[in-house]
Ligand binder design. Structure first.
Ligand code: NAD
Length: 491
């Protein structure tokens, strides 16, 4: 598909319509693969947040009426299904916008759009199922009391999301929040907001009641912060860096406002010596270089049994050197650009610090020679890493993997857990008992056995330690937006 000559110029999506930002300011949209400015997005500030929250509050219907929170689940489901159908219709166009905005290969962006539609459909089913499940009896030890639990939508929720899977990360929040009966203000990342703004267009096209979903773009400090501190926002669901997560938690704590936090990671992949090396290399490659490594659960620490380390690394390096790195719109591209110049500089600094600290850059570590423009970085494999080095300890969020060898299972688990993060971990071995043992020992919210990175909308997603708390997807994702009320009757 050819790139459009102009990116649609959108306003903020508030109360079912488009509005110019109160201060009239806009932020440039840069295609990271070409460095060209291709459009702009509105820069919302506190006044716009006020309007968006007020629209969401009206639509929620706290004070009566048959507003969104009181509509039957089947009605909410109908809208969610209609959104899913439109996403499918516009899949190619949305994928193209996502690629132009973020630098990810077009095929990967198209896959993201399929996941977006599937997620809306999945939570449409939950919305329908909720009709029968919102009231659940509790068995009590005394006959003259009857008790039951009501599950109710929390209220107006603020949804703050990152740039690595712009529309998909937003959908993981928007779909369950709306299914639960909440109304929402979505604040996507200023680095990649185009597809989230298109979601506003889709909501208007399908006739979603005004104010149910509001979308404000802009800087974190100018739009995200006032959303977090707004007294009429009943919950913040955040995905992003651990640093921003901490700030959000501090602000929300002033109002004892609930938050759920999906934060960074430094996820290990442990490979034992009893494996099919080619298959294991494939999982490692996918784990560390898909989406240019800009994945919260990316395999950023590779732990290899010493007996296979050399053979494994030879193959990994051969693959890294053969991969097609190109404009992400080109057919067959496997590695696009990273999202922005800032991200490019940050990743390059990590690589140069690793070199200064004594690590070996076994492969990559530079801009590919054949690409003169765009924020491209070769797939980078780093060895001779010690556990005190920055490259071992901190999240890079780029196509960079660091490698250590181990001798025993115990040593592998100790290395895997040697991190403040706890999002994901993976183990590859033919000994399934060993894999099960290790899955219990790894301190993370997700463990993959004999694979890496598969993600299913039915299964809980989220981390421990400094990777955050709360779970998205599955029933857990819905529970994020429901509050539990006990009702007890004396009879
Ligand atoms: P970020 O923390 O810089 O920004 C995330 C969002 O927060 C953006 O919308 C930003 O505008 C907003 N923001 C920034 N400052 C804010 C403030 N003071 N108040 C309110 N909002 C503010 O993160 P990023 O660079 O966009 O995303 C990359 C990070 O996201 C990585 O650390 C990655 O691991 C993490 N991530 C985690 C998951 C997960 O499921 N755990 C998924 C994807 C990404």
């Amino acid at each position: 598909m050819a790139a459009p000559s102009a990116i649609p110029r959108r306003g903020l999506f508030i109360g079912g319509g488009w509005r110019e930002p109160s201060l009239g300011r806009r932020l440039p949209v840069v295609n990271p693969a070409t460095e060209a400015t291709i459009g702009d997005i509105p820069a919302a500030t506190a006044e716009d947040v006020e309007l968006a929250v007020s629209a969401a509050r009206d639509a929620f219907g706290r004070d009566g009426g048959r507003h969104w929170s009181r509509a039957p689940g089947a009605v909410r489901a109908k809208y969610l299904k209609a959104i899913a159908a439109k996403i499918k219709d516009k899949k190619s166009y949305l994928a193209l916008l996502e690629t132009l905005d973020s630098g990810k290969p077009l095929d990967e962006a198209a896959g993201d759009m399929e996941d977006v539609a599937a997620c809306f459909e999945y939570y449409a089913d939950w919305a329908e199922a909720l009709d029968g499940k919102q009231r659940a009896p509790i068995s009590l030890p005394m006959e003259n009391f009857e008790s039951y639990v009501l599950k109710e939508p929390i209220g107006v929720v603020g949804l703050i999301t990152p740039w690595n899977y712009p529309l998909l990360m937003a959908t993981w929040k928007v779909a369950p929040a709306l299914a639960a009966g909440c109304t929402a203000v979505l604040k996507p990342s200023e680095l990649a907001s185009l597809t989230c703004l298109e979601l506003g267009g889709i909501c208007a096209e399908i006739g979603l009641p005004p104010g149910v979903l509001n979308i404000i773009t802009g800087l974190g400090t100018e739009a995200g912060a006032p959303l977090t501190s707004h007294p009429h926002v009943d919950k913040i669901a955040f995905t992003g860096s651990t640093e921003t997560g901490k700030r959000i938690m501090i602000t929300a704590s002033q109002m004892v406002k609930p938050v759920s936090l999906e934060l960074g990671g430094k996820s290990p992949l442990i490979v034992f010596d009893d494996v099919d090396i080619d298959k294991a290399v494939e999982w490692a490659m996918f784990g560390c270089f898909a989406n240019a490594g800009q994945v919260c659960s990316a395999t950023s620490r590779l732990l290899l049994h010493e007996k296979i380390a050399k053979r494994f690394l030879d193959r990994l390096v051969a693959w890294a050197k053969s991969i097609k790195i190109s404009d992400p719109l080109e057919e067959g591209c496997r590695l696009g650009s990273v999202v922005s110049e800032g991200q490019y500089q940050k990743i390059m600094k990590f690589i140069s610090t690793a070199r200064c600290e004594g690590a070996t850059i076994l492969s990559g570590g530079a801009r590919p020679q054949h690409l003169k423009r765009g924020f491209f970085i070769e797939p980078t494999i780093i060895t001779n890493v010690s556990t005190s080095m920055q490259i071992w300890r901190e999240e890079v969020f780029g196509p960079v993997i660091c490698v250590k060898e181990f001798r025993t299972e115990r040593e592998a688990v100790e290395l895997a857990n040697d991190t403040h993060y706890g999002l994901a971990g993976a183990v590859i071995s033919n000994d399934l008992e060993r894999c099960e043992r290790i899955s219990k020992a790894i301190q993370s919210g997700i463990v993959w056995i004999n694979c890496s990175q598969p993600c299913f909308v039915q299964a809980p997603w989220g981390g421990n330690k400094r990777s955050g708390f709360g779970r998205e997807l599955g029933q857990w994702g819905l529970d994020n937006y429901l509050s539990v009320k006990q009702v007890t009757k004396y009879c």
